[in-house]
Every structure is written in structure tokens, then in C-alpha cells.
Design a protein around this ligand. Structure first.
Ligand code: AP5
Ligand code: ZN
Length: 217
């Protein structure tokens, strides 16, 4: 399986991707999680990325394309394939990915768009809690952890992302509509695009994704 999940902030990319990872034994590469790991390590890239992320902008295409290229080449979990979550986010990144995969003769099988109206995203984003080390996400109301503010798997504390506030969300959404919507159009021209209604319950969204895998094996 080689696929990408595209959708606005809070659409459910990070919620659905682990289910696909478990089903196909592939790697789940979330560029936002990779950048947050750099922020936590306080690297030069992390310091630069934090400013951009907190303003709802995008880190440069060159940096992101190289990050994915390195990870696909070195991460053993990616040998059976991959799910990209949060990448590509610009048409330049999509072209970079195509070039990279063409060289290896391993084209994408699916580009799945999680479709949802902007107004539903504020509650999802402002109520989200994450486990920083794994990227697992929860929601205070829609998907609460078993124990208050603790990760179900490790018991470690959950935190709120610094970009998960209404003001930064509105900037992230503008960036999405300006720079990432064209990526959806890009894939719609290729035949690998499918869309699912991401406003439904997580289990319903998962069923729709399974339906796509069944109808386009
Ligand atoms: P990134 O981490 O990718 O953030 P994002 O795209 O804004 O997406 P989110 O993680 O906010 O949403 P999600 O779709 O994963 O939602 P989730 O499943 O958690 O990127 C962060 C930043 O990094 C960017 O702004 C940018 O600056 C930078 N960056 C990253 N990649 C880049 C790139 N390629 N190029 C340049 N810059 C890049 O769900 C959200 C909440 O809703 C959770 O609480 C969840 O429990 C809940 N939920 C999920 N599904 C449902 C449902 N069906 N019903 C009810 N609640 C639900
Ligand atoms: Zn995410």
C-alpha cells in the first residue's frame, strides 16, 4: 500500500492513519509529527519550524521533500509501503513526490481526501489532546482517553498542541485553502483520488475508507 491522506486541520488524518497502518503493516509518516519531534529536540530546524507552525504557515518545500525522501529511504517500516499524512501540502511537494516514486517505479495507489466543512473543525481542534512521543490523538469530548489527560497505551501525560487554538486554526485553514486545495485538484486528474465524508463518526469514516480499498484494490 502506498497512499496519501489529504484534508484540512482536524479532518481526521491522524485518527484514521494508524488504522490503515495496522491493516497493511506499512509506515505512517506524519510530517507535522516529524516537525514537532524536531521542535522537542530544539534543533535549528525545530526552532525555525515552531515559528512557522504557530503562525499557521508552511515549512519550505525543499525541507519537506527531503524529509520524506530520507524517511522513505531509511525507515524499515516503510518497506511494505506507506501512508503519508500532511504531505504533500503544495503542488511542488506533490510533483517532488511523484518524481521520487517514479524513479523507484512505485507509484501511489490512493490519494484519499477527508472532506469536511471548516465550521466543524474548531471544536475538533480546540478539544484535541495529543501524546507527543507517539503522535496519538484524543479529544476531550469526542474521543476521551481512558484516564484523564493520560495516554491509553503508555499512561504518559497528554498535552494540547501550541497551534491548536481558534486564531491559529483560522490561519491554518486559509493556508489549506490557498496551498493544499490545488493538491486535491492535482490528484483528481490522476484517477487515484477518492473522497470521503469526514464529518461522520470516526467508525463511519473508517468504513468509507475500507470501501475505497475494496472498490479500487
Ligand atoms: P499537521 O500536524 O499535519 O497538522 P494539520 O494538517 O493541521 O492536521 P491536524 O493534525 O491538525 O489534523 P488531523 O487531520 O490529523 O486531525 P486528527 O485526526 O488529529 O501540521 C502542523 C503544521 O506543521 C502545519 O500547520 C505546517 O506549519 C507544518 N507542516 C506539516 N506538514 C508540512 C508540509 N508537508 N509542508 C509544510 N509544512 C508542513 O483529529 C483532530 C481532532 O478531532 C482529534 O481530537 C480527534 O480525536 C478528533 N476527531 C477525529 N476524527 C473525528 C470524527 N470523525 N468525529 C469527531 N472527532 C474526530
Ligand atoms: Zn494530524
Amino acid at each position: 500500500m502506498r497512499m496519501i491522506l489529504i484534508g484540512p486541520p482536524g479532518a481526521g488524518k491522524g485518527t484514521q492513519a494508524p488504522k490503515i497502518k495496522d491493516k497493511y503493516c506499512v509506515c505512517h509518516l506524519a510530517t507535522g509529527d516529524m516537525l514537532r519531534a524536531q521542535v522537542a529536540k530544539k534543533t535549528a530546524l525545530g526552532r525555525e519550524a515552531k515559528k512557522i507552525m504557530d503562525q499557521g504557515g508552511l515549512v519550505s518545500d525543499d525541507i519537506m521533500i527531503n524529509m520524506i525522501k530520507n524517511e522513505l529511504a531509511t525507515n524499515k517500516e516503510c518497506q511494505n509501503g506507506f501512508i503519508l499524512d500532511g504531505f504533500p501540502r503544495t503542488v511542488t511537494q506533490a510533483e517532488g513526490l511523484d518524481e521520487m516514486l517514479k524513479r523507484e517505479n512505485k507509484p501511489l495507489k490512493h490519494a484519499i481526501e477527508l472532506k469536511i466543512d471548516d465550521q466543524l473543525l474548531v471544536d475538533r481542534i480546540t478539544g484535541r489532546l495529543i501524546h507527543p512521543a507517539s503522535g496519538r490523538s484524543y479529544h476531550k469530548i469526542f474521543n476521551p482517553p481512558k484516564e484523564f489527560m493520560k495516554d491509553d497505551v503508555t499512561g504518559e501525560p497528554l498535552i494540547q498542541r501550541s497551534d491548536d487554538n481558534a486564531e491559529t486554526l483560522s490561519k491554518r485553514l486559509s493556508t489549506y485553502h490557498a496551498q493544499t486545495s490545488p493538491v486535491v485538484s492535482y490528484y483528481k486528474k490522476t484517477g487515484i483520488w477518492s473522497g470521503v465524508d469526514a464529518s461522520k463518526q470516526p467508525g463511519e469514516v473508517w468504513k468509507s475508507i475500507l470501501g475505497i480499498f475494496d472498490s479500487k484494490p
